[in-house]
Design a protein around this ligand. Structure first.
Ligand code: SIN
Length: 274
């Protein structure tokens, strides 16, 4: 089958057709995915059969799979996969992380070396809602209002967690996350382009009081999530969506909990943002 790439939104996102992820990737397919990933920041492959072994093997083509701190939601037998799900075991305990990421964020930016990429595969989706929204942070950088650019140029943001953004972390897991600083504007190592690196885990500005930082962070958060930078992915079962955490924020939307939403996520280990 011919491989083709189709833009999904004027700001970011592309669908790749003609690749079957259930089989090992040949070099042409891998090169198409890798190029589209850098060019479009979010890529979508629909109608895929992706058992855990293939999902992990695909992830390894892009780097080392990360082991998420929420070990209670690892897929049994495959600790590289984090289960995002509202399903329950027979005893009522959750199968996976429910309500994950219902705010703009970039995955695990609370670590010194946040993930480069995330690969999310849908097994079961509700008939409506439960979308994932993505915003282009190169575009957010390019369109920064002068005042915000002046306030943040050369600054570092303090990324961390609290109970509001991490309600399912145990006390011990939360204690392991020590706030870390990253540049407010990072340079993407693959494209050389500048992007805003912020989101809900960015809770302070180095060298500023909380009172001074809060209005700046709130204005930045609102700017980065604007509609004009945004692609909304409406899931079907069998979608594999891969996004670039170095230049994209994402945000899950609510859905009727009477329906199941069940997904497998891997992330690729990253380097220190510069
Ligand atoms: C996440 O990776 O933050 C969750 C995304 C989603 O469930 O749509």
């Amino acid at each position: 089958m011919t491989i083709s790439v189709h833009r999904l939104h004027e700001s970011l996102g592309a669908e790749i057709r003609g690749i079957d992820l259930s089989r090992p990737l040949d070099d042409t397919s891998f090169a198409t995915i890798a190029t589209a990933f850098l060019d479009h920041q979010v890529i979508v492959l629909r109608g895929q059969q992706l058992p855990p072994e293939r999902h992990i093997a695909l992830t390894r083509r892009f780097g080392n799979p990360e082991i998420h701190i929420l070990e209670q939601f690892h897929l049994v037998g495959h600790h590289e996969i984090l289960v995002l799900s509202n399903r329950k075991h027979a005893d009522g305990t959750p199968v996976g992380l429910e309500d994950a990421g219902r705010y703009w964020h970039t995955d695990v930016s609370f670590w010194p070396e946040p993930s480069t990429a995330s690969l999310l595969y849908s097994l079961e989706v509700p008939p409506e809602g439960g979308d994932t929204m993505f915003t282009n942070q190169y575009a957010a950088y390019d369109a920064l209002p002068d005042e915000l650019r002046r306030q943040l140029d050369g600054r570092r943001l303090l990324h961390g967690l609290n109970r509001v953004v991490a309600p399912k972390f145990t006390d011990e897991q939360l204690a392991r996350v020590v706030p870390v600083s990253h540049p407010a504007f990072r340079t993407h190592p693959g494209t050389g382009r500048k992007a805003v690196f912020a989101g809900a885990f960015a809770m302070g500005i180095e060298g500023m009081t909380d009172a001074a930082a809060r209005p700046i962070l709130d204005a930045l958060y609102a700017h980065c999530g604007e509609d004009r930078f945004r692609y909304v992915h409406r899931w079907r079962a069998g979608d594999l969506v891969m996004w670039d955490n170095r230049c994209v924020l994402h945000h899950a939307t609510p859905f009727d909990p009477a329906y199941a939403r069940h997904m497998h996520r891997t992330t690729v280990s990253g380097g220190r943002p510069i």
